[in-house]
Design a protein around this ligand. Structure first.
Ligand code: NAP
Length: 256
């Protein structure tokens, strides 16, 4: 029997087969979890539907996290179909490409607000809706972050600030949700070549530096991240909340 047999999860953030969320979905489904998927725009519906189908998922719903009504509709549908949910995976981030190059000093007011709204506030908005459906089930919420929240990574700019807000949100949400038996944690993944990552100027040189300097001397894979997500979704992590787990080949422990 799989670790997650009989459990239900919603995956936010599959854009294509290279998405971190897709690797997580495969891992959770492989341990018996039944999944629902969302997509952010009609353009991505055609990509997400066949992936969801390949894991036997029947729920594939639109959800742009800047739209409250779309988030409400996802949780209403999930409640109708399943009566509750055990795991929510939040693997969503966005900043305008212009903000992901050059100096942070040049960040626009609109660009700052958009990046923080989509990449950080959305976690709060999803957690608020998920919590009532998780009570009594030992729910687990998992989000994705990056080292650019802790240290300056050239060109990561406003996304680093958004990830810092996201990580701090995890701690505040852990405090709010813990008494209801709901856990929330983040995974700080090393760089992986995905659609979102390719929007960051100079991304290839980040990959090269990790390979040369990280203790494990290699870049991580989405499967590495998925293993940690499986742990956090399962009862193996029943005492873990408010944490940020680095899955980065150890890069973040190096001083020089
Ligand atoms: P990805 O495949 O491009 O996934 C990003 C997802 O965010 C896409 O599914 C995208 O949907 C979604 N999204 C953007 N704006 C949205 C909105 N308004 N509403 C709903 N969804 C929206 O890239 P990824 O690298 O797997 O990213 C997943 C998470 O991992 C992100 O939080 C990212 O910051 C984090 N992360 C990535 C790396 C890395 O190096 N790749 C490292 C550490 C952390 P659409 O494509 O449909 O717009």
């Amino acid at each position: 029997m799989g670790l997650l047999e009989g459990k239900k999860g919603i995956i936010f953030g599959v854009a294509n087969q290279k998405s971190i969320a897709w690797a997580i979905a495969q891992k959770l489904a492989g341990e018996g979890m039944e999944l629902a998927f969302t997509y952010a725009g009609e353009a991505f519906k055609g990509r997400v539907e066949p992936l969801a189908e390949s894991l036997g998922s029947e729920l594939v719903l639109p959800c742009d996290v800047t739209k409250d009504e779309e988030m409400d509709a996802v949780f209403a549908e999930v409640e109708k179909k399943w009566g509750g949910v055990d795991t929510v995976v939040h693997a969503i981030a966005f900043a305008n490409k212009d903000e992901l190059k050059g100096e942070y000093l040049d960040t626009s007011r609109e660009g700052f607000a958009l990046a923080l709204d989509v990449s950080a506030y959305s976690l709060v908005a999803l957690a608020k809706r998920a919590a009532p459906l998780m009570e009594g089930r030992g729910g687990s919420i998992i989000t994705m972050t990056y080292y650019g929240s802790e240290k300056v990574v050239p060109n990561y700019n406003v996304m680093g600030v958004a990830k810092a807000a996201l990580e701090t949100s995890v701690r505040y949400l852990a405090s709010d949700l813990g008494p209801r038996g709901v856990r929330i944690n983040s995974i700080s993944a090393g760089p992986v070549k995905t659609l979102a990552a390719m929007g960051i100027s100079g991304f290839k040189s980040i990959l090269k530096q990790v390979e040369e300097k990280a203790p494990l001397r290699r870049n991580i894979t989405t499967d590495d991240v998925a293993g940690t997500a499986l742990y956090l979704a399962s009862d193996l992590a029943s005492g873990v909340t408010g944490e940020n787990i680095h899955v980065d080949s150890g890069f973040s422990v190096m001083g020089l």
